[in-house]
Write a protein that binds this ligand. Structure first.
Ligand code: GUN
Length: 281
């Protein structure tokens, strides 16, 4: 039976460390600020944005949520991003995805000043991840590494399999694991013999967005299983991993809820505080 990597204590520890850094900034007259832009009425986005806002309040950060209507033009959104780029009160800017179809995600993300891209998912931040440099790491991948390190799970030379190739999770976590000397395989919806590949993984990262898709038969005995999925189903929130059967084989497994999602918000806060510290240097 696997050890369940409940992330509540780890997220609380990150928060406590951030409180100290926020106090130090405030003594210098700086309050870290995060601006979140949401366009339209995606229901999941509403929840995510509320969580981010709450966490800002808990930590004493300045937070502003700009909620724009679904028919907002791309030009209008870009000009709002420009305003936040110019506004020194905000050290971080996050454009919540998905955007309505008539707005280019690439254009919106590219407009965010790199030093304010605390979400870490713009071309410039992801480029820095490939090339090296001091861009912000995307929050979910950064949170996954923190979970693995906190549990002292070795990565060097180990076989990591990532299921999912999104720009927000799959691709960046693969690069981060590679940076830490894991041997990384990226699988996706067109991968043949998926089970054969995942069953070799010492570290298995599930980021496909399909409820309970990976059951125990996909898991190697003794593996560390990181479940990034947050699927809303009739049975409530369900990960991409079938928890019961996977936990029988894994040595470590993250729960949903109470796992990776908590770390995503914590890492967003960390990046925002870091952005404020950099700006105050
Ligand atoms: N939508 C779902 N996850 C994310 C995320 O990490 N960042 C942004 N900007 N939008 C999201």
């Amino acid at each position: 039976m696997a050890e369940i990597l409940n992330c509540k204590p780890l997220a609380a520890q990150v928060r406590a460390e951030l409180e100290t850094r926020v106090l130090a900034l405030k003594e210098r007259g700086v309050t870290p600020g995060l601006a979140v832009i949401r366009v339209g009425d995606d229901p999941a986005s509403e929840t995510y944005v509320r969580n981010k806002e709450r966490m800002c309040q808990k930590l004493g950060l300045l937070s502003e949520v700009l909620h724009l209507p679904n028919d907002t033009s791309e030009k209008e959104l870009l000009s709002r991003i420009d305003e936040y780029n110019q506004d020194a009160r905000f050290h971080g800017i996050l454009v919540q995805l998905p955007l309505p179809k008539h707005i280019s995600e690439e254009a919106a993300l590219a407009r965010i000043a790199p030093e304010k891209d605390v979400d870490g998912i713009s071309v410039s931040s992801l480029g820095a991840l490939v090339r090296g440099g001091d861009g912000f790491l995307p929050c979910t991948p950064k949170g996954i590494l923190r979970i693995l390190d906190n549990a002292h799970i070795p990565l060097r030379g180990k076989r990591a399999v990532v299921v999912g190739r999104s720009s927000i999770v799959g691709k960046p976590i693969s690069l981060l694991l590679l940076r830490r000397d894991a041997t990384v395989t990226i699988c996706h919806s067109r991968t043949e013999n998926l089970r054969e590949i995942t069953a070799q993984a010492d570290i298995l990262v599930a980021a496909v967005g399909r409820p309970a898709m990976l059951d125990g038969s996909y898991v190697k005995e003794g593996a560390a299983v990181i479940d990034v999925g947050i699927n809303r189903t009739e049975n409530g929130l369900v990960g991409d991993v079938d928890f019961e059967s996977a936990a029988e084989k894994a040595a470590y497994i993250t729960p949903v809820p109470g796992g990776v999602g908590l770390m995503t918000v914590a890492m967003l806060m960390e990046n925002t505080v870091e952005a404020a510290e950099r700006a105050a240097r």
